[in-house]
Design a protein around this ligand. Structure first.
Ligand SMILES: C[S@@+](CC[C@H](N)C(=O)[O-])C[C@H]1O[C@@H](n2cnc3c(N)ncnc32)[C@H](O)[C@@H]1O
Length: 516
């Protein structure tokens, strides 16, 4: 897509209207109100060729409502309401704004820039409250209408989408104020070695060699729910994630003070540390594919023992493990594209054969299958002691087809949990699925920093060489972590997107090997 916005021809459009092509669409942008309309380029061509055609009345009215066409009514300037984009922060100590820049992508998302406010602009900005009109703001600030309009005009263009001038106040969660227009979500490029010859995901090399900083990996490259909620959080009754999970495991009779625990894929080791801090003192073995993360875990959870191994080939005897945990790991295990209508070879053939052995019926359409996770369940079934339990969590759905997450720098694939439970049954285990939030007793109404504000403060911190951890901040914990003042942050319930992945997209599979 091109970010070359051009002034729209004045014989058709009002002064100050810009336009640009985005695929088959054209975006018409009112550069002074900051409002826009997107339409198919053929619809626009028809409208320009036959402006009075009756079948185009609806489209014409829509463009008129946005004051775009040459013959549209003029915007009622003094009565318009300047409305702030929810993506903009104010830096009060510098009298400046911190705002995202459309069309420019930096590491971890789009770029941000500082917009300095002179004394008059600062006064105007502080009077903007999403309900005062331009006339009321001018009155309150003791400035002229022109002063207010000039600042607004500087902040409403396609390149600086900080304000919109609206006819009516916005709804409290107006999505039009929470995103940049036409900014494609940054999809990371995928190096070839993260997929095998038949398209299967293969992350062994990534884990062995490409995780190079265990301290910052889960802040900068992939954030997990457990990482975001590792510091005590009101959503978990001020407990860390590991402590809340420990309590759930005790309630389920899976964990006592002396139960030996195996955890597969331990990240920074915070879950291990906090689960143990809440009571259990039995041996705790961490299994991980990443040497760097094993070092980090050893520092974080110093009373636990680490082993470099693959969860698909656990270094334990058959029927020997009383409790196995694995938090947000199985989406990393290989998923394989299969097309039941095509002759297959390599990984897809093996996947289809395994599905048949496990008695799974696959849908008759091309799709990804979570073969790595199935094999992990087989391995869990091998090592679980009679009466032992296993608990594994991941993002996914109950019945939806697995899809690859595109926002990470490596391909993780959502898990189809109902199928995973069938695999567990086929391996002789009792199995049940629970939403992760339910397992942890999470209060989904507790507040945390909204995703858009997180992106903004993270970019701000980076611009000042300050490392900000990716946590589900509350106003108090962010104030402690951020050594500079920002205003305009948004706080949303845990059921809405924050710094970590959305907890409501996660499930847990509880498994038990019946006692002999
Ligand atoms: C997404 S991280 C989750 C980390 C941590 N459990 C959390 O929730 O924050 C995946 C972890 O599993 C490890 N891992 C991935 N694949 C693995 C495998 N096949 N065997 C063992 N560990 C694996 C990674 O090195 C990493 O520690």
């Amino acid at each position: 897509m091109s970010w070359q916005a051009d002034p729209a021809p004045q014989e058709h459009f009002q002064l100050g209207v810009w336009w640009w092509r985005d695929g088959d669409d054209v975006v018409l942008w009112h550069g002074i109100t900051g409002r826009h309309v997107r339409l198919h380029h053929q619809s626009l061509s028809m409208l320009l060729a036959q402006p009075d055609a009756p079948r185009l009345t609806g489209l014409r009215q829509r463009l008129d409502r946005h004051y775009l066409l040459a013959g549209s009514p003029r915007p009622p300037w003094p009565d318009l309401i300047p409305t702030r984009s929810r993506l903009v922060l104010t830096l009060p100590d510098e009298a400046s704004l911190w705002l995202p820049v459309p069309g420019f992508r930096g590491p971890g998302g789009h770029g941000y820039r500082t917009f300095r406010l002179g004394p008059r602009a600062h006064k105007i900005w502080t009077c903007i409250n999403d309900s005062r009109t331009i006339a009321q703001i001018a009155d309150r600030a003791g400035l002229t209408l022109l002063d207010v309009q000039a600042l607004c005009a500087a902040l409403t263009g396609p390149e600086l989408q900080a304000l919109q001038l609206r006819d009516t106040p916005p709804r409290s969660r107006d999505p039009g104020l929470e995103r940049l227009v036409d900014l494609p979500r940054p999809a990371n490029s995928r190096p070839e070695h993260l997929h095998g010859p038949t398209g299967e995901t293969t992350l062994t090399w990534y884990h062995l060699h490409e995780i190079t900083d265990g301290q910052t990996h889960f802040d900068d490259r992939e954030t997990t729910v457990a990482h975001a909620l590792a510091p005590p959080h009101p959503a978990l009754r001020n407990r860390p994630y590991g402590a809340a999970l420990g309590e759930a495991l005790r309630r389920a009779g899976a964990l006592t003070d002396h139960t030996p625990v195996v955890e597969v894929g331990c990240g920074t080791g915070e879950l291990a540390r906090d689960l143990r801090a809440a009571g259990p003192t039995g041996p705790y073995v961490r299994v991980d594919l990443s040497p760097e993360l094993l070092r980090t875990q050893a520092r974080t959870a110093s009373t636990t023992h680490g082993v470099l191994a693959d969860g698909l080939a656990l270094p334990f005897a058959d029927r020997s493990v009383p409790l196995l945990l694995s938090n947000e790991v199985i989406a990393d295990m290989s998923s394989v594209p299969v097309d039941p209508s095509e002759p297959a070879e390599g990984a897809p053939t093996e996947a289809l054969a395994l599905a048949e052995r496990l008695g799974l019926t696959l849908p008759d359409v091309p799709h990804l299958v979570n073969v790595g996770a199935w094999r992990f369940i087989q391995e869990i079934a091998r090592v679980l002691a009679p009466g032992g339990q296993a608990w594994i969590s991941e993002f996914g759905t109950l019945d939806g087809l697995p899809a690859e997450a595109t926002q990470l720098d490596h391909p993780e694939v959502a898990i189809q949990f109902s199928q995973l439970a069938q695999v567990a049954h086929a391996c002789g285990l009792l199995a049940r699925i629970a939403p992760l939030a339910e397992t942890l007793g999470a209060d989904l109404t507790a507040q945390h920093l909204a995703r858009s504000s997180w992106h903004a403060v993270r970019a701000l911190a980076r611009s000042r060489d300050h490392h900000l951890q990716a946590r589900a901040y509350t106003p108090a914990t962010l104030a402690e972590a951020l050594p500079f003042k920002v205003e305009g942050l948004r706080w949303v319930p845990l059921a809405d997107e924050g710094p970590g992945p959305l907890i409501t997209r996660f499930y847990a599979l509880w498994m038990e090997r019946p006692a002999d």
